[in-house]
Write a protein that binds this ligand. Sequence first.
Ligand SMILES: [Zn+2]
Length: 397
Amino acid sequence: MGVWALLLALVLLLWAGVLLAFARPLVARWREPVLRCPVLVIESDDWGAGSLAQKEALARLSALLQGVRDLHGRAAVMTLGVVLEVPDGARIAASGGKEYHALPLTDARFEGVRRAMLDGIQSGVFVPQLHGQCHYWPAAVTAVAQTDGVVRDWLCATDLAATEDLPSHLQSRWVDARSLPSRTLPVDAIQHAVAAEAQAYHAVFGEQPQVAVATTFVWTDAVEAAWRDAGVNVIITPGRRATCRNTRGQPACVDASMLTGECSLAGQVYLVRDVYFEPALGHAPQRVMEGLQSRSVQGRACLVETHRFNFLRAPEASCAALESALQQALAACPAVRFTSPLELANALLARDADWVETRLRQRLRAWRARLDEIPRFRRIAQLSGLALPLRLLGGAA
Ligand SMILES: [Zn+2]
C-alpha cells in the first residue's frame, strides 16, 4: 500500500512539474476566448492601386460572395487589405530613376477599381482594412533601383506596377531593406507615414482604418503605436511578429507571439490569421474546410489568407475554387458564421454571449484541443502520462 501511495505521489508530482513548466502557454490558451460556433473570414490582401483588371476581378468576387450565405442569411465576407499607391513610373523615369513619385488610389484612372471596392462594401461582402500606403518603403526601393536593373525597370515601368513582382524583402513596408539584414526605420518616419496613409485611406473609404495588416507580416511596436494614433483598434497577425528581414531576406527577429484576443502594447486587439489558401498555387478548396473544422474544435475563428494575385492571374479557376471552398465549409459546418475581423474583435472584447462560450465543459474541450500546438508539450505529456487525464477533460471529443 505504502509503495503505491508513494508511486502515485511521484506521478502527481511529475505532472505538477510538467504543468508548471508549461504554465505560461497553458494559461494563455485557457484565457483565450472560446467561440461558440464556427467563424469564417476570407482575408485578401494587396487590392487597391495597381492593375485595372482588379475592377473585373472584384465585381466577380462580389457576385460570388453574395451568392453564399450562412444560416443567419449573412453573405460570405472578404476583407480587402488595401494598398493606397503604386509608383508613378513615367515620372520616376523622367528623373532618371532617382526620385520617387507616387500614383495614388485617388487618381482618376483608378475610378473603376475604387467603384468596384465600394460597391462590394455597400453590398456587405467586402470589408476594407489598411495594408499600407504602398507595399514597400519608397526610399529603400529607390535606393536599390540605383544599382539593381530589375528593380529599376520595375520602378520606372510605364505599366501600372504589380508589387507582387518586387523581390520579397522589398515588399515589407516597415523596415528599410535596401541592404540586408534590414534596418529599423526612424520612429518619426513611421509616425509620419502612418498618419499620411490613414488620411489617404479616409479619402477613399470615408472613414479611418480600424483594422490593419502589415505587408509581409513585418512590423514593430512603433508601427502599432502609430496605428493606434491613427485609429486602428485591431491588428491581423499570423500569431507571431517578425520585425526585420535577415541576411537572406527572410522575415525574422520575431519579438512576440500572440493569441486571438490578446492586446498589443498600444492596446489593440490581435487576431490570428493562419490558414493559407492560394488556389493559383494549387491549394485545394478542402484546405479552407479543414482549417475551419480544426479551428472550430479549438474554439477559434478561421481567418483565411488569400492574395489578389490568385484572382488576377487565374480569375476563373480561383473564383471557382473559392466558391467551392465556401460551399464545402458550409456543408461541413452548417452553423458557420461569416463575419468581419472588426465584428469578431468587438464580440470578443464585449464577451458577447452570442459568440463567446462560458460553459466549463466546452471551454475545457477547446483548451485541450489547443494544447497540441505548444512546442514539446504533446510529447512530454505523453511520456509523463499526463496526456491521459487531459484526454478526459471535457468528456469525449
Ligand atoms: Zn500584401
